[in-house]
Design a protein around this ligand. Structure first.
Ligand code: 4AD
Ligand code: MG
Length: 431
């Protein structure tokens, strides 16, 4: 008897097959029992008729509880009304692993309980849908860069120089060399690689000891960071626009079922096409003030400001040229207004806030060194980074897209923490 995956059943119409999976729901009229299975590739309703199966089989069906692992045998019927378009006229069921009192019932649970049971909660329909959207987003990212001739460069997680800011570093003892920091970004390293390969990107986990609990921050999150030789800040924003539009289009094209499961209104996602509105930081402050915010020039935009501003637009927006004082040391000074830098954030619509931070990089050795010193960083740790400005310096720009924030936005989840299988936050290390 061949085993079949649920998403292959269209090849077995009229045949008898065995499907292995987990019981997600059961319902019985006393004469007919409906058992829905999940095997990861899809959901399948198996229908048992008391009249047509042996008594022992019927008795096993009656005993099935939530999340029992089973092998169900039956004949595949095409049924347009059924999920996935098929139903199984079941002839037998074998229990592979019992599941007495599965802790997560169909009733409502609080989020603390659910995150304590994250290892089991992953099996729910919503979580399965989010996992599939995540997989699609990640594949879309890889394909986007591969098709455009970027080279993937894997950057270290254990680092000796601070990538972003000293305030939220994780560190660990590193043999006789003192402290190693867990990477906040791979950027400095992809800058070196860009001089070797032109167009590069890194894609991996990054770490920030975020001491507050917010709906936008994890302590471990995935970031994709392209870096492109000869791109200025304007070209950098155009690449971001094309990139975000491509990711959203890919999910709409291939994961509509999952978005439906998540009850995501897809109309706002369909509007995610370039060009995205661009607004300078200075204009953004004026606009925010007009909208009632007491935000002052010189401060960073807070989460509420981002939400307020982005709400004025129907697609992602760029806010560019922030004050030097609130941004990282490596951003290039704006020659037209040295109080600012040539950078941009990209804010997602619908209140999801910043999903990208990007900039043109300071390519002048002496200015970069001055910024490093001014920020109280140790120039010795950046000797290699400064070398890039000594040997064939080049105009270059790049950005970092936060994968979990992007997934939360696309899925329509107000909180970032369901975007990754096992989220890490200040109060969460289990499971
Ligand atoms: O704006 P950030 O700090 O930029 C950088 O790290 C640059 N080195 C990127 C570059 O130019 N190569 O972070 C980039 C993005 C943010 O826009 C956000 O989406 C995400 O990373 N991010 C977080 N996501 C989840 N939890 C956190 N604690 C995050 N911090 C940043
Ligand atoms: Mg940022």
């Amino acid at each position: 008897m061949p085993y079949a995956r649920v998403n292959e059943l269209h090849r077995h119409i009229g045949e008898s097959v065995t499907v292995r999976g987990w019981v997600t729901t059961t319902r019985s009229s006393g004469k007919i029992a409906f058992v829905v299975l999940r095997d990861g590739s899809g959901y399948l309703q198996a229908v048992f008729s008391k009249r047509d199966v042996p008594d022992a089989t019927w008795a096993r069906v009656a005993e099935l509880s939530l999340e029992t692992s089973v092998a169900v045998t039956g004949v595949v019927r095409a049924d347009a009304r059924a999920t996935g378009g098929h139903e199984l006229t079941a002839t037998d069921v074998e229990v592979l692993g019992a599941s007495p009192d599965f802790p997560i019932s169909p009733k409502e649970h609080g989020s603390t309980f659910l995150f304590e049971h994250r290892h089991l909660w992953l099996r729910s329909r919503r979580q399965v849908a989010i996992a599939k959207v995540r997989n699609e987003v990640v594949q879309a990212i890889r394909d986007f860069f591969y098709e455009r001739d970027f080279v993937l460069v894997d950057t270290p997680i254990l680092t000796g120089s601070i990538g972003e800011e000293a305030g939220n570093l994780f560190s660990t003892d590193y043999f006789d060399l003192g402290k190693a920091y867990l990477a906040q970004t791979g950027q400095l390293y992809v800058e070196a690689a860009a001089a070797a390969l032109g167009k590069v990107y890194c894609f991996g986990p990054t770490f920030r000891a975020e001491k507050s609990k917010t709906r936008r921050h994890l302590t471990e999150f995935w970031m994709v960071e392209p870096e492109v030789a000869w791109n200025d800040s304007d070209a950098n924003m155009r690449l971001q626009e094309e990139f975000i539009a491509a990711i959203v289009a890919r999910v709409l094209d291939r994961r509509l079922e999952e978005l439906k499961e998540l009850e995501r209104d897809t109309a706002p996602l369909e509007r995610v096409v370039g060009p995205f509105p661009r607004i300078s930081y200075t204009d953004a402050v004026a606009k925010l003030n007009a909208l009632g915010s007491d935000m002052e020039w010189g401060n960073d935009l807070g989460g509420d400001d981002e939400t307020l501003l982005a709400r004025e637009y129907d697609r992602p927006i760029f806010v560019y040229n922030y004050p030097k004082g609130v941004k990282a040391f490596y951003m290039k000074e704006n020659p037209e207004d040295p109080r600012t830098v040539l950078n941009n954030d990209c804010l997602a619509p619908e209140g999801y806030g910043e999903i990208i931070g990007g900039s043109q990089r300071e390519d002048d050795h002496d200015r970069l060194l001055a910024r490093i010193v001014a920020q109280g960083l140790d120039p010795e740790a950046y000797r290699w980074y400064l070398d890039l400005r000594k040997y064939g310096t080049f105009v270059h720009s790049g950005f970092g897209l936060g994968v979990e924030r992007t997934i939360a936005w696309i899925c329509g989840n107000p909180h970032i923490r369901e975007s990754i299988a096992f989220p890490r936050q200040i109060h969460r290390l289990y499971p």
